[in-house]
Design a protein around this ligand. Structure first.
Ligand code: PLP
Length: 349
């Protein structure tokens, strides 16, 4: 009995209790596996490498958004009266692909405003764009910048309202409910924490591609559970401004809503934009090399927009000798591989 009481108040238990209080809808396959990547590790001649496989989270090819939509759409369905969703991002957006699949599964009408990132975007029904349409989303391709996209979203919302609908505008430049997205990565960190403990793995670092909510959530989980290893985030979007402040703000907001005192501060945030290259959605030689390396050593697929660039950072750090052979690093694979089909020409195969 005493043991049960002690367990009930452990930080991990407090964290699960806080997460379990949130509205949620089941969309994916959890926990995602934690797989060792022995051939990648051997080829690089560095530390042991494990990959947390959120690319296998399910829902139209998986990725980090599956977890996020379990919380965000759980909230929309259970706590609001919205009856359709509008979202906007790039033509090959993983966010919109997974939202399309989630909305199909939950029978929610979805309107997408997809902005061209490269001149060829939207010409062919391919990659994530193909999946959006296949899952029944109504797609409008925008040939313009964020401001034009935003105007189209506002116009779409206005039109839907005149038709008697009540649209929920998902992200698309607004900071609405970012903490719910981050909560999903508090969840992921707790899951990873349990897997590491069960298998007796001592991690020395966790790498992930993130520009905001994935890393912010993982930071809350790590700080609350007093993890001893750093989290390295690779930013492949760049919203501009003080990005560390943004991570801290989202983390604190998440702590507040979850009722957890983790105390994430600026010194907890390690973020780099050194692997972005020419810009969002523009492949880099290091990213493409990392994609090929992982595919040819482990048969695991990354993408040129997000995870390839994140993996490139880990590869570069190992080659620089940042990690010893007796150390262990983890790469959180956040998905994105369907974009490979739209970027085939860039791969130089
Ligand atoms: C495959 C993939 N990885 C990582 C991210 C980063 O997510 P966030 O910036 O919300 O942390 C995204 C965002 O769209 C993504 O699609």
């Amino acid at each position: 009995m005493r043991i049960t009481m002690k367990h009930a108040t452990s930080p991990l238990n407090q964290l699960w209790t806080a997460l379990n209080r949130l509205p949620r809808v089941a969309l994916g396959q959890f926990p995602t596996p934690l797989d060792e990547a022995p051939r990648l590790g051997k080829t690089l001649g560095g530390p042991r490498i494990f990959i947390k496989r959120d690319d296998l989270s399910g829902l139209a090819f998986g990725g980090n958004k599956t977890r996020m939509f379990e919380y965000v759409l759980g909230y929309v369905i259970q706590k609001t009266k919205h009856d359709c969703i509008i979202a906007g991002a790039g033509v090959q957006s993983n966010y919109c692909r997974q939202l399309s699949a989630a909305c199909a599964k939950l029978n929610i009408p979805l309107h997408l405003m997809l902005r061209k990132v490269r001149p060829q975007d939207g010409r062919k029904l391919e990659g994530s764009y193909l999946i959006d349409v296949l899952c029944g989303a109504k797609v409008e391709i925008i040939d313009g910048d964020w401001t034009i996209q935003r105007k189209r979203i506002v116009a779409c919302a206005k039109k839907l309202r005149t038709e008697g609908r009540n649209p929920y505008i998902a992200r698309a430049g607004s900071n609405q409910h970012l903490w719910l997205y981050a909560a999903a990565y508090v969840h992921c960190f707790a899951e990873l924490w349990e897997q590491l403990a069960e298998r007796g793995i001592q991690a020395d670092a966790l790498y992930m591609t993130s520009s905001d909510t994935t890393q912010a959530g993982a930071l809350v989980g790590a700080k609350f559970l007093k993890a001893k290893f750093p989290i390295y985030g690779i930013d492949t979007v760049i919203f501009g401004g003080d990005s560390v402040k943004v991570f801290v703000q989202i983390a604190r907001d998440t702590e507040k809503h979850l009722g957890l005192k983790a105390g994430v501060g600026r010194s907890d945030v390690h973020t780099t934009d050194a692997f972005l290259g020419a810009g969002y959605g523009q492949p880099t030689p290091e990213g493409l090399e990392a994609i090929k390396l992982l595919a040819r050593t482990e048969g695991i697929l990354c993408d040129p927009v997000y995870t390839g660039k994140g993996l490139a950072c880990l590869v570069a750090d190992i080659r620089k000798g940042k990690w010893r052979k007796d150390q262990t690093v983890i790469f959180l694979h956040t998905g994105g591989a369907p974009a490979l089909f739209a970027y085939a020409d860039s791969l130089g195969l």
